[in-house]
Design a protein around this ligand. Structure first.
Ligand code: PRP
Length: 203
């Protein structure tokens, strides 16, 4: 049996659709249940940022997780396949009509992604003051908590509805199938069979 950690929300829905396509039957979590048993799989529903921990510590053999989370956490997991779902961009967002001079000292950037933000600005030799938040990032510049944000943009409506615009695109992200190195040795055949069916379903 393979245990698969899925991140709650949009990526989980799109990923379960891929499994439904492969196995030609519905894959649905009951109400508030966090484990779904089906065929030879056990699916775990976890917070997106927690998927690498479940896979790394072998509570799950494989996982589906956004590239943004993998990059931010620098997890030592094997990236098997880009699933092509959960596509979004990691962007620097600024208030519209407000030209921000990033060369000024002490520019404040609010973000969930401290490492990606630090690496990006330091690669441009810009020193920024990072304010770590856990959600509703777009609010920060509106109330003077930060000058700009680094956040995920999918449709762009959250930025738009809060008077922000993209100043720069740092990178692109989508959901990846990942596994830990031990499971890949012990359950190689099962994992490669799953990999092949998913690849056939998504490409
Ligand atoms: C994410 C992201 C943006 C929003 C972008 O937040 O942090 O706020 O989605 O999507 P859009 O471009 O389609 O508007 P999420 O919904 O995960 O909630 P959060 O603010 O609690 O992180």
């Amino acid at each position: 049996m393979l245990t698969i950690a899925l991140p709650k929300g949009r990526i989980a829905k799109d990923t379960l659709k891929i499994f439904e396509k492969i196995f030609k039957k519905p894959f649905v979590f009951d109400d508030r249940k966090l484990i779904l048993y089906t065929d030879n799989f056990k699916f775990l529903l976890v917070r997106s940022q927690d998927v690498p921990a479940y896979v790394l510590h072998q509570a799950a053999d494989v996982g589906v997780v956004g590239l943004d989370v993998l990059e931010e956490q620098g997890s030592n997991l094997t990236r098997l396949l880009d699933l092509g779902v959960g596509k979004c961009k990691i962007c620097v967002g600024v208030p519209k009509n407000k030209k921000l001079d990033f060369s000024l000292p002490e520019i404040k950037i609010a973000t969930k992604m401290e490492n990606i933000t630090r690496n990006y600005f330091s690669s441009k030799a810009i020193s920024v003051n990072i304010i770590k938040l856990y959600g509703s990032i777009e609010l920060a510049p509106l109330v003077g908590l930060a000058d700009a944000i680094v956040d995920l943009v999918e449709t762009g409506s959250t930025m738009e509805q809060n008077g922000l615009e993209i100043a720069e695109i740092i990178s692109h992200s989508s959901a990846y199938l990942v596994c830990n190195k031990n499971s890949f040795i012990i359950k190689k055949e099962e994992i490669l069979t799953l990999y092949a069916s998913i690849k056939e379903a998504v490409y």
